[in-house]
Design a protein around this ligand. Sequence first.
Ligand code: SAH
Ligand code: SF4
Length: 391
Amino acid sequence: PAASDDAPSPALPSLIGFDRDDLAATLAAMGEPGFRARQVWHWIYHRGATDFAAMTTLAKDLRSRLATAFTLQRPRVASELRSSDRSRKWLLAFEDGNQAETVFIPEEDRGALCMSSQVGCTLTCAFCHTGTQRLVRNLSAGEIIGQLMLARDSYGEWPTPSGERLLSNIVMMGMGEPLYNYDNVAKALRIAMDPEGIAISRRRITLSTSGVVPLIRRVGEELAVKLAISLHAVTDELRDELVPINRKYPIAELLQACRDYPAADNARRITFEYVMLKGINDSPADARALARLVAGIPCKFNLIPFNPWPGAAFACSDEATMAAFAAILNNAGYTAPVRTPRGRDIMAACGQLRSASLRASRSRRPLDVAGVPGQTTAGETRSENTAAESA
Ligand code: SAH
Ligand code: SF4
């Protein structure tokens, strides 16, 4: 879109987040033949080009026409924190001043990128700090897939490696409820899965939901990625309090959706996430009830030590309690690791970094939480960064 001379020129749109159809329509509108879209796709999602000038299979004239209409901009990184255990965490600052975060947790032979789907979350799970954040908006497909692309930029993992790679897995477990932003999440994941682009197989993608029952089947049919369910309680009475979406879609309906999930089998088991809250949901009776509840579902558990935040009404269960809980599930035949906290020194847990920057801006300017300016954030996180580096 060409701006007239006297109008302030609007920011150019980024092609990050355009799928094959979008690129085809864009290039057709520029008068280009059909195969161009495939070339541009290759440069963006296989090679990771950050500059149109690098797209040497395109005529110079087309490269410059693209550059006058579009960018290849990823979400802006307000801060990048590097943990001593090689985890990295990015605080993203979007055009409208909103923020979200992305975390990469490396493991021996692979690594999972934890991506956000929304700024904040409309749901208000009692133990989750993201749910206390007032501001909520959906991230666009570009803002979602852009998280993966900037992580690849950061580790220098372009073009898409044909074999082993560091950034091998995606978990949609950052900020937000992915199924309340289904269309954009689905578009971003389709881009991620395309074998001629970023090429992360659906078997290496896990989508976590608090239980948006009506969309679970669609995830299985349309995306066929792995499913994780934030269960956290074995009775409706308790789950109503901990995970309020349970009042709309109670446990029985949620588990039925899991039984019906088309993409689950023994090789692709559903993960039940269970946050360990001291004296709330962590008794041996809870563990036994849990095992009974999921009978017949190909599944495993992920026991998450509660990650405390200021003002939270919960504490994390004791080590011994968590071990006993895990043992009961193991004896019933289920894998149930207690997730070891990683990247503690960079606060690589759900919602924490952005919450820290919001707290800082709140204490400085109590009425202006909305457009957290980069400065405030950068100041806050820079000091965290120093702490992380000297740790
Ligand atoms: N909204 C989605 C995905 C993001 S949350 C969902 O709820 O599933 C990813 C996981 O972190 C969820 O299982 C969530 O319940 C858990 N979680 C949130 N806050 C936590 C905390 N303070 N300590 C431990 N786990 C937490
Ligand atoms: Fe939202 Fe998930 Fe946090 Fe619940 S646990 S408030 S659904 S991000």
